[in-house]
Design a protein around this ligand. Structure first.
Ligand code: 6PG
Length: 227
C-alpha cells in the first residue's frame, strides 16, 4: 500500500482539506461509493465540513469502522456522533450495527459483517477514515487484543480491557481491502503514537499492508515528533 503524509497548520485547515478530498472522490465515483467512518472526536470537524459538500450523497453507503457496545443513542456511540455531525444532514445510506437486549456483541458483529459484505459486491471499500489512539490503536484494534490476530472475518467483537467494554471493529482483512484509507490525527497527545505508527510499531502502523493507498492527514501538533 502506498503511503503519504500531509501536515496542516491547524485542525480546521485539516478538516477543510480532508472534506474537500473526500467530496472530490465521491463526486468522481460513477456508481455506489462506500465510506467507512471513524469514531472518536478527531473526525468531527471533518464530518461537519463534509455535510456542506454538494455531492451525490444518495450514491453513498456509509458504515462504521468501529462502534462501542452501547445503545445507538448513547453519548459514547460512534454512530450517534456520525449521524449528528454528518449523516442526519445528507442523503447517504447509513448502515449501523444492530444493538438490542437480545443481541450479544458477537451476534451483532456477524450481522454487521453480512451487511458490510453486501454493500461491497466487489469486496473493496472505496474509502475508510480512521483515527489514532494515543496508544497507537485504530478502529478498535487495540494493542494485544484478540481482534489483532483475526485473519478472515471483516467485523468482529473485541473486548478492550482498558475500557472494560466490548467493541465491534473492522479487522485487518477488511482494512487491507480498502482502495483508500485516510487517517485524521490532531493534537500533541498523538505525536508519539504518530511517530511509532509511521515506523510500523502500532496497530495503526500495520494498516498499510494492504493494496490501496494510505494518507495520513496530521496537524502540526500531531506531526511534532516527525523529523
Ligand atoms: C473509537 C474510535 C477510535 C478513535 C481513537 C481516537 O471508537 O474511539 O474509533 O479508534 O479513532 O480512539 O479517538 P479521538 O479521535 O477521540 O482521539
Amino acid at each position: 500500500m502506498r503511503m503519504n503524509i500531509v501536515v496542516h497548520e491547524t485542525p480546521d485547515e485539516l478538516a477543510y482539506a480532508v472534506a474537500a478530498e473526500i467530496s472530490g472522490q465521491i463526486a468522481a465515483s460513477d456508481g455506489r461509493f462506500t465510506l467507512g467512518l471513524a469514531g472518536g472526536s478527531s473526525p468531527e470537524p471533518t464530518y461537519r465540513r463534509l455535510r456542506e459538500a454538494d455531492v451525490p450523497w444518495e450514491q453513498v453507503d456509509a458504515w462504521l469502522s468501529d462502534e462501542r457496545w452501547v445503545p445507538p443513542d448513547h453519548p459514547r456511540s460512534n454512530g450517534r456522533m456520525a449521524s449528528e455531525t454528518l449523516l442526519a444532514h445528507v442523503g447517504a445510506r447509513f448502515h449501523r450495527p444492530p444493538w438490542g437486549e437480545m443481541f450479544r456483541p458477537d451476534d451483532s458483529a456477524a450481522h454487521y459483517e453480512a451487511k458490510i459484505r453486501s454493500i461491497h459486491p466487489d469486496g473493496a471499500p472505496d474509502l475508510i477514515i480512521l483515527g489514532l489512539g494515543d496508544d497507537g490503536h485504530t478502529a478498535s484494534l487495540f494493542p494485544g487484543t484478540k481482534a489483532m490476530a483475526e485473519k478472515n472475518r471483516w467485523i468482529v467483537a473485541n473486548h478492550v480491557p482498558e475500557h472494560d467494554e466490548s467493541r465491534l471493529t473492522a479487522t485487518y482483512p477488511l482494512l487491507w481491502r480498502a482502495r483508500a484509507i485516510v487517517f485524521v490525527v490532531t493534537g500533541e497527545g498523538k505525536a508519539g503514537a504518530v511517530k511509532k505508527s509511521l515506523q510500523g510499531e502500532t496497530p495503526a502502523g500495520r494498516v498499510d499492508q494492504g493494496d490501496g493507498r494510505v494518507k495520513w492527514h496530521l496537524d502540526d501538533a500531531a506531526a511534532s515528533q516527525l523529523s
